[in-house]
Design a protein around this ligand. Structure first.
Ligand SMILES: Cc1cn([C@H]2C[C@H](O)[C@@H](COP(=O)(O)OP(=O)(O)O[C@H]3O[C@@H](C)C(=O)[C@@H](O)[C@H]3O)O2)c(=O)[nH]c1=O
Length: 170
């Protein structure tokens, strides 16, 4: 999907564990990803199969984000909502886990959501712009127009995420 990039860390392991650089704007730019973060958000998810999504914001509040699990693991999903994109309306999924320290860069114009794959999973987002309330847009994780294949049904999901209009007619 154009502009969506999985970032693999290069952990240097020793007797203590590992060390990995996980965010480097210069290296990202060299790989064609223009991204600097202004805010960092953390969500804690107690139960396995907690679902959050599918979220985005429209211009002028559109956000790019760099997402990772810092504890546990997630099944991370991106839907391309950019009309000019060759993958408009398609979705992709990646497993992100704390042990591998991998991350997904999600550009503006894409919906994002995840399902936790372990209990007590923490998800860290680096955001391209400061949060502006009241601008959240969303569609249902099970919207028939997208038919996302999830590894399990959600055990926990917020009321707001169940209330998005379905099917999405954006
Ligand atoms: C997203 C966000 C929420 N909030 C507030 C609003 C609300 O009171 C509380 C919880 O917000 P939400 O219910 O929207 O949180 P959540 O459902 O976890 O929203 C997140 O979902 C994932 C899938 C994303 O991609 C994120 O960008 C974000 O949209 O935190 C902030 O203060 N800053 C923020 O950046």
């Amino acid at each position: 999907m154009p502009g969506v990039v999985e970032i693999a860390a290069e952990p240097r392991a020793d007797a203590r564990g590992f060390f990995a650089r996980v965010y480097c704007p210069e290296e990202f730019a060299a790989a064609g990803v223009s991204f600097t973060s202004t805010q960092i958000n953390l969500s804690r998810n107690g139960r396995m199969y907690t679902l959050r999504g599918m979220h985005w914001q429209d211009p002028p509040y559109a956000e790019a984000k760099l997402v990772r699990a810092t504890r546990g693991a997630i099944h991370d999903v991106v839907i391309d909502l950019r009309r000019e994109s060759p993958t408009f309306r398609r979705w992709i999924a990646r497993r992100l886990d704390a042990d591998r320290a991998n991350a997904l860069f999600i550009p503006e114009g894409c919906a994002h959501g995840f399902l936790t794959l372990e209990p007590d999973t923490d998800v860290l987002y680096q955001m391209s712009r400061p949060f502006v309330g009241g601008q959240a847009r969303g569609l249902r994780y099970d919207d028939p127009g997208f038919a996302i294949s999830w590894p399990a049904l959600p055990a926990v999901i917020g009321e707001a995420d169940l209330a998005w209009a379905s099917p999405w007619r954006g």
